[in-house]
Design a protein around this ligand. Structure first.
Ligand code: URQ
Ligand code: ZN
Ligand code: ZN
Length: 480
C-alpha cells in the first residue's frame, strides 16, 4: 500500500484554508496537520507555496454519448484522463435511454462503457419517456444501484424531450424515492418552431442556432420546471443555466424558500454569441451547444448568481465533436451535433476569471468546483473534502503558474477548444485520484480502468421526515 506525504502546502477546502501536510495511505486521506511525521517508506511531495484542494467534481459530462447521428469523441477513458490533467477527479455522467428503452438496460450499457474510466464516476439517469416500467426502474435504480438524481431534457423534441406529463410523473416519483430531479431547461416546442421558421427563410448557418433558442426559451422552461417542482414539493437542480431570465427565476424561487440549485458552465461565463457570426463555419459550429452562448450582458448575471450563491456548481457539459462531425450541419444548422468540450480547462478558467479577478475566494472556488456538487449529489465528504477518511482525490494547485489553452496541446480527444488561445493563471501541478498520482507537472499517468462507480444514497430519510412534518400540520407552504 503506497504512502504519500504532501508536505508544506496550504490546504484549502470549502470552509477554510490553513497550512498543513496531508498524508495519503493507499486510497484514503489518513492525516492532516502541520509538520506530520514522515512514515517509513513514504514518498514525499513538496507542495511548497502551492495549495492542496479537493479534486474537482464535474457534475455534467457526456462521454462517448451517441447523439444527433454521431458519437461524442471523448470516451470514458480519454475524457476522465483529460479531466485529471486539469485537476478534475470525479465526473457525474448521464445514462440517456432512448424513448421506450428499458432504463435498466441503458444503465447496464453505460456502466459497461464507464469501466475504462481513469477516475471515479457516478450517473444521473435521464427520463426520456414514461410508463409503469419507468416508474419501477426508477425505484430499482434509486434503491439498489445508487442513483440519486434523474435528468429531464425539456428540449430536443422528437428525440429525448420530456413533456409536462412526463415531468409531473417523474418529479412525483422523485419525491417518493427521495431523489433529485434535474432539468435541461429550454422549451423544446418553441425551439422546434423557431428552427422551422429559420430554415423556411433560408437561414441555415450556425448563426441561426442562437436565434432558434433565445434566452426567453430558457427562462420559460426554467420557471415552468420550478413551478412544477414547487407544487409537487421536490427540490430541483437546473443544469447549464445560461440566461439572465433563468438566474432571476432561480434567485426568486430561492428567496421564497424553494430548494432550487443552479449549475453554470465556464463557457457561458466568458463566451458570447458573437462566435456564431464568425465567417468560418468550423469556428462557429465548434461553439454550437445548447443552451447557446448568450449576448455578453448575461455573463454578469451569471457571475452575480455564482457570487450570491444562487448558482452552486460549475460543470462543463463535456460533449465533444470534431469538425467532420460538426460538418453534418453545414447546410442545416439543426443537424450540427450540439456539444463542446471543457473538462480539462474548467478549473484553470474559473481560477483565472473567478479567483484571480477577485470575484471568488479560494474556498468559494472549492465550493463551486467540487464541494457543492458532492453535497447536492450526495457524495460528500467521501468526495469534495480534504478530510481524514475521505478519498484521496486531491489536486496540488499552483495559483501563480499560467498556461495557454489550445487544441494543439490539450489532452481532450477533440480538434477544437472553445477557450483556444486564452492564457490562464492557476494550474494543477499534481492530481491524485484515490491516492494514484495521475498528473505530475505535465506528465499524464492516467490508468485506464482505475476509476470506480460511486453509488449515491437517496434523501428518502429527509423526505420522509418532511412528509411526516407536513402530515402533522407542521410547516406551511409547499412541502412533500
Ligand atoms: O444538452 C446536453 O446537455 C447534451 C445533449 C450536450 N449538448 C449540448 O449542447 N449541451
Ligand atoms: Zn443539456
Ligand atoms: Zn448535457
Amino acid at each position: 500500500m503506497t504512502t504519500i506525504l504532501i508536505r508544506g502546502g496550504t490546504v484549502v477546502d470549502s470552509e477554510t484554508s490553513h497550512r498543513a501536510d496531508v498524508l495519503i495511505v493507499g486510497e484514503t486521506i489518513a492525516a492532516i496537520g502541520p509538520d506530520l511525521e514522515v512514515p517509513a517508506g513514504a514518498t514525499i511531495i513538496d507542495a511548497g507555496d502551492r495549495l492542496v484542494m479537493p479534486g474537482g467534481i464535474d457534475p455534467h459530462t457526456h462521454m462517448q454519448l451517441p447523439f444527433m447521428g454521431t458519437v461524442a469523441v471523448d470516451d470514458f477513458y480519454t475524457g476522465t484522463a483529460a479531466g485529471l490533467a486539469g485537476g478534475t477527479t470525479s465526473i457525474i455522467d448521464f445514462v440517456i435511454p432512448d424513448p421506450q428503452q428499458s432504463l435498466m438496460e441503458a444503465f447496464r450499457t453505460w456502466r459497461g462503457w464507464a469501466e475504462k474510466s481513469a477516475s471515479d464516476y457516478a450517473f444521473h439517469v435521464a427520463i426520456t419517456w414514461w410508463d409503469d416500467s419507468v416508474h419501477a426502474d426508477m425505484g430499482t435504480l434509486a434503491n439498489d444501484h445508487g442513483v440519486q438524481s434523474f435528468k429531464h431534457f425539456m428540449a430536443y423534441k422528437n428525440a429525448i424531450m420530456c413533456d409536462d406529463e412526463v415531468l409531473v410523473n417523474s418529479f412525483t416519483r422523485c419525491v417518493e424515492l427521495g431523489t433529485l430531479p434535474t432539468v435541461h431547461a429550454e422549451n423544446g416546442e418553441l425551439v422546434y418552431r423557431l428552427q422551422k421558421l429559420l430554415l423556411e427563410r433560408g437561414i441555415t448557418g450556425p448563426s441561426a442556432h442562437p436565434l432558434s433558442r433565445p434566452p426567453a426559451v430558457e427562462g420559460e422552461a426554467a420557471n415552468r420546471a420550478m413551478r412544477i417542482a414547487e407544487v409537487l414539493g421536490t427540490p430541483l437542480y437546473v443544469v447549464h443555466v445560461s440566461a439572465q431570465q433563468a438566474v432571476e427565476a432561480i434567485s426568486r424561487a430561492r428567496g421564497e424558500g424553494q430548494r432550487v440549485f443552479g449549475e453554470v458552465l465556464p463557457g457561458h461565463l466568458l463566451i458570447d454569441d458573437s462566435v456564431y457570426a464568425h465567417p468560418d463555419f468550423e469556428y462557429a459550429a465548434g461553439h454550437v451547444m445548447s443552451p447557446p452562448f448568450r449576448p455578453k450582458a448575461h455573463q454578469e448575471a451569471l457571475w452575480r448568481g455564482l457570487q450570491a450563491g444562487h448558482l452552486h456548481t460549475t460543470a462543463t457539459d463535456h460533449c465533444a465533436f470534431c469538425a467532420p462531425q460538426k460538418a453534418a450541419g453545414r447546410d442545416d444548422f439543426t443537424r450540427i451535433p450540439n456539444g463542446c468540450a471543457g473538462i480539462e480547462d474548467r478549473m484553470s478558467v474559473l481560477w483565472h476569471y473567478g479567483v484571480a479577478s477577485g470575484r471568488l475566494t479560494p474556498s468559494e472556488f472549492v465550493k463551486i468546483t467540487s464541494a457543492n456538487a458532492a453535497q447536492i449529489f450526495n457524495m460528500y465528504p467521501k468526495k469534495g473534502a480534504v478530510r481524514v477518511g475521505a478519498d484521496a482525490d486531491l489536486v496540488i494547485w499552483d495559483p501563480s503558474a499560467s498556461r495557454t489553452i489550445s487544441a494543439k496541446t490539450h489532452h481532450q480527444n477533440v480538434d477544437f477548444n472553445i477557450f483556444e488561445g486564452r492564457t490562464v493563471t492557476g494550474v494543477a501541478t499534481h492530481t491524485f485520484t484515490r491516492g494514484l498520482l495521475a498528473w505530475v507537472d505535465g506528465d499524464l499517468r492516467a490508468v485506464r480502468g482505475h476509476g470506480r462507480y460511486v453509488p449515491r444514497q437517496t434523501h428518502a430519510a429527509y423526505f420522509d421526515a418532511a412528509r411526516r412534518l407536513a402530515a402533522g400540520g407542521g410547516r406551511s407552504g409547499s412541502g412533500a
